[in-house]
Structures are given as structure tokens and as C-alpha cells.
Design a protein around this ligand. Structure first.
Ligand SMILES: Nc1nc2c(c(=O)[nH]1)N[C@H]1C(S)=C(S)[C@@H](COP(=O)(O)O)O[C@H]1N2
Ligand SMILES: [Mo]
Length: 499
């Protein structure tokens, strides 16, 4: 086989792979977006990546870890497909075998997902049929000459296939986007609506995080490459396990229960010191204690195991539902139904606990059980069972390493100590005395507090350190949160250059 022929084979392989991926994406958009070939393989890789490696990837790539992973999967797929195309020139069955292998991987990945249904194999099948048909069409048969007219035909046919793939891929994207759009449903009001939040410090001092996080700016952390699209009309919530009367609620039945409103700051244990994985919102929902009361919890249960549409599970101490805090099944964020990315139609919100132990999105089931009996997604991967949120504070302004003009400078940010409330925030300049910052408005013990300090900055390089104190007197320390691996918290320190 000469170089030209190999190149044509590679092109045929690439184009066939595109055809397959587009077909799989379109069928996936109809039956199960997460089972679309690239996403399914990507998820399978994520799930099987050792926790330490996952953490390293998040540290190095941040939220880019997912696009980077998807890109890698895609490039590897295309490379293999190109090889398949070259082999097909020698022998169509051999080339086809490579394609079938790729498709089998996609099918296996789709079915290996925790939330998989048998129908999820359809996108992989569509991928296989389209890719094989394309490969056959682009590979010259025995009686055809490989040179001469073969080249033009290959280009024309490739063009046709790429065009069709673009149409199918776009149609798939459009279908998924449309399905994501239907969350604008009317919700009842809370029994006792809260007064509007006071104006935050962001109105006065630029650079301080808004008192209430915009729905579109809320951080997102979950195991999914694409977030589940859940139909609220067929959605149900099941309460079962160690209860006297297990039952199931439809979305309308859930909304008919007494709804409470609460201001709660949510945060991820993987948030780096000074990091963005924290958000504050007004949640509307049903108390978990109300739901449990109706079921009648049996003695001996100590864990609420929640299950989600994406197959994710979370263990939350039963005590969190019974000690008076506002642990809720939330249906709204900031006055509107939950965004798809944040758990539509319903999620858990548990004040005082990191997201991985109390904030199940796309919730479908609450099972009463014991810690002895059952483990959840992250605890199976060696994360700590307990995840109480540590006292934390963040400097939003000035930005680290920024150059600022000498004179009066606003140092400001947010601090949180869910369950206890923040009593004080202090800033130290160049390891000098702790200076007490001023506070913004109070949003309650489960809400973060904005703070600022007016600092007379002199030229030079300065280090700013911040620490918060909870209302029980405890200070934020260097100590990190315990969930393996290396949950972040500790003191934030930034360097600013004053000129
Ligand atoms: N179903 C589901 N719920 C989930 C997760 C997930 O991967 N799947 N991740 C959890 C984690 S680790 C965090 S920090 C919060 C983040 O919620 P947010 O994306 O709405 O900010 O969701 C939690 N709930
Ligand atoms: Mo998290």
C-alpha cells in the first residue's frame, strides 16, 4: 500500500467515525443524552479513574478537566478509526473489526453507567451501523480501481457524509437544548415567605462577591459530563428502607406539602482555599423531617441514603434531618425552579454539610438505613463519612498578585460557618496584628457573610491573610477538611503589589 492509499484509508476511517459519532449523538439525544458514545466512554473513564489521579487532574486542570478528558477520548477514537480505515483498504472485515471494537467500547460504557437502562445501548448501535455503512461506502471494492476515479469519489462521498453528520449532530444538540428548556414551571409559594434579602456589599464595594449568587453563576460540581434531563411529570420521590410506611410522591404531590424558604450557602469539600466552589442562594423546599415523619422511621436507622437519576448516591446522617436544621428537598433556587445543572426537579440541601454528604441533585429516593449496612458514591472511594463544613473565608478583592495603587484600598470577600454563623472576620497584613473587618448584612447562620476592611496600603509587596471566627468562638485554622483526598479549607493568604 502506498502513502496516498494509506492517507485515503485514514480519511475514510475518520469520516466513518464522524458519521458514527453523529448518529450516536442524535439517537442519544432522543433516548439518553448521557449514553451518547463519547460522553458514555468519558463517564466510564471518570468513574474508573483512581481517586488520587482524579484529584490531581482537578488540581491541574480545574473545571477544564472535563473538556480535556472528552477531547482525549475523541482524539483517541479518531486515531483508532483512522487506523481502521487504513486496514479496511487491505481487508474490509479487518477494518470493520476495529470499528466494531470501538463501538463495543461505547456500548459497554453506556451500559456500565450506574443509572443505565437497556435502551441506552441504542446510541452505540446507531454509531456502529452508521460507521460501518460509511466505511463500506468509502472503501473501494475489489473490482474498483484504487487510483484515478476512486480519489474523486472518495472526496465527494466523504463530503456527503460529513454534511449529513453535521446535520445529525446539530439536530441532536438542538433536541438536548430544547429538553433543557422546559424548567419554567409555576411553583407554589412558601408557607411563610422570607422578606427579601437586604442589599449586599457588592452594591458599595466593587469586587466583593454578590450577597446572593446568581442562578447562572452558581458553581457546579458533579460526576456527569452532561447533566441529566429529568421530566418532572414522570419524576417520583420514593421514601423507603427502615420505615414503617414506605411511599412514593409525584412532583405535584411534593409541591402540595408545606414548603419552607431558607437562605443557605452550599460548598464543595474540593474547593481550594480561596476557590470558587461555594454559592449562596434562597432555596424553597419540603423539610426532610416532614417526609420522614409520614414514613415512620424505625429505630436503629442512622443514615439517609439518597439516590439520584445519575446513579450517584449520598449518605447523610439521619441526625441532620432531626436536629432542627433546615434540611430540605429543594425545588427552587432564588425564586425559580432549580436549574437543570443544579438538580431539577428536586435536590437535597443540607445546611452545615459539604455537598458530597448532603446535597443530592436529581434526587429520586431517600432510603433509611445504617452506616454499617450501606456506603455511598464517594465513601466507596475512600472519602470521609463525615463532612461538616469548616469555618472558611475568602478574599475576593484585591485579586491575588494584583498591582494596586498606594492609598486606601478595600479588602473584602465572604466568610462562612454554616450552622453556627460567622461572628468575626480578621485580616492580617504582613503577619501583623489581626484587624477586625466590617460586615455586610446578616443572612442567618447557614448563610455566608460579606466583609470588608479599609486598608491604608503603602508601596511594596504585601501579604494579606484572612481568618473567620464562628459564633461559638472557634477560629478558622490552617487545618484542612478531612474528606480524602485532601479536602480544602485552611487560611487564605494572598500577595499584592502596591505601587
Ligand atoms: N446527583 C448528584 N448529586 C450531587 C453530585 C453528583 O455528582 N451527582 N455532586 C455533589 C457535590 S460533590 C457537590 S459539591 C454538590 C454541588 O452542587 P451544585 O453543582 O448545585 O453546586 O452537589 C452534590 N450532589
Ligand atoms: Mo463536592
Amino acid at each position: 500500500m502506498n502513502r496516498h492509499e494509506a492517507a485515503r484509508g485514514a480519511l475514510a476511517g475518520l469520516v466513518s467515525a464522524l458519521a458514527g459519532l453523529a448518529a450516536g449523538h442524535l439517537v442519544g439525544a432522543i433516548v439518553a443524552p448521557a449514553a451518547s458514545p463519547v460522553l458514555a466512554v468519558g463517564s466510564a473513564v471518570i468513574d474508573r479513574t483512581p481517586t488520587a489521579l482524579k484529584q490531581a487532574a482537578i488540581e491541574r486542570l480545574g473545571t477544564a478537566d472535563k473538556p480535556v478528558l472528552l477531547g482525549t477520548v475523541l482524539v483517541a477514537t479518531l486515531l483508532l478509526a483512522a487506523v481502521g480505515g487504513v486496514l479496511a483498504r487491505r481487508s474490509l472485515p479487518v477494518g470493520a473489526a476495529v470499528v466494531v471494537l470501538l463501538v463495543a467500547a461505547a456500548g459497554w460504557a453506556a451500559l456500565a453507567r450506574p443509572a443505565a437502562r437497556p435502551i441506552d445501548v441504542l446510541p452505540a448501535l446507531a454509531t456502529g451501523v452508521a460507521a460501518l455503512a460509511a466505511l463500506r461506502w468509502l472503501t473501494p471494492q475489489d473490482e474498483e480501481p484504487v487510483d484515478g476515479p476512486g480519489r474523486r469519489r472518495l472526496l465527494v462521498r466523504s463530503g456527503v457524509i460529513v454534511g449529513a453528520a453535521l446535520v445529525a449532530g446539530t439536530a441532536g444538540q438542538w433536541l438536548v437544548a430544547r429538553a433543557r428548556d422546559v424548567t419554567n414551571i409555576a411553583l407554589p409559594r412558601a408557607l411563610r415567605p422570607l422578606p427579601p434579602l437586604p442589599r449586599g456589599l457588592e452594591a458599595t464595594y466593587r469586587g466583593i462577591t454578590p450577597f446572593q449568587t446568581d442562578r447562572d453563576d452558581f458553581y457546579r460540581v458533579d460526576i456527569n459530563l452532561t447533566t441529566p434531563v429529568v421530566d418532572h411529570e414522570s419524576w417520583t420521590l420514593r421514601i423507603d428502607g427502615m420505615v414503617d410506611r414506605p411511599y412514593e410522591l409525584t412532583f405535584d404531590e411534593l409541591l402540595a406539602l408545606p414548603l419552607i424558604e431558607c437562605d443557605i450557602t452550599l460548598t464543595c469539600v474540593s474547593n481550594e482555599v480561596g476557590g470558587p466552589y461555594v454559592g449562596a442562594g434562597r432555596w424553597l423546599g419540603v423539610r426532610v423531617s416532614d417526609l420522614l415523619e409520614r414514613a415512620g422511621v424505625r429505630s436503629g436507622a442512622d443514615q439517609i441514603l439518597s439516590t439520584a437519576v445519575d446513579g450517584f448516591t449520598i449518605s447523610t446522617p439521619l441526625a441532620a434531618a432531626q436536629d432542627g436544621r433546615d434540611m430540605i428537598v429543594a425545588v427552587a433556587l432564588n425564586g425559580e425552579p432549580l436549574p437543570r445543572d443544579h438538580g431539577f426537579p428536586a435536590r437535597l440541601v443540607t445546611p452545615g454539610l459539604y455537598g458530597y454528604v448532603g446535597a443530592t441533585k436529581w434526587l429520586t429516593r431517600l432510603t433509611l438505613t445504617t452506616y454499617e449496612e450501606r456506603e455511598a458514591y464517594w465513601t466507596k472511594r475512600d472519602w470521609a463519612i463525615d463532612g461538616p463544613i469548616k469555618i472558611s473565608s475568602r478574599i475576593d478583592t484585591p485579586a491575588a498578585l494584583k498591582e494596586v495603587q498606594a492609598g486606601r484600598i478595600v479588602v473584602g470577600g465572604v466568610a462562612w460557618a454554616q450552622g453556627r454563623g460567622v461572628a468575626a472576620v480578621e485580616v492580617s497584613v504582613d503577619d501583623g496584628d489581626w484587624q477586625r473587618a466590617e460586615f455586610g448584612p446578616d443572612g442567618g447562620v447557614d448563610y455566608w457573610r460579606q466583609w470588608y476592611l479599609l486598608w491604608d496600603a503603602e508601596p511594596g509587596r504585601h501579604t494579606l491573610t484572612v481568618r473567620a471566627q464562628a459564633s461559638d468562638g472557634e477560629y478558622q485554622t490552617e487545618e484542612r477538611a478531612t474528606p480524602f483526598p485532601d479536602g480544602s479549607s485552611g487560611l487564605q493568604q494572598i500577595v499584592v503589589r502596591v505601587t
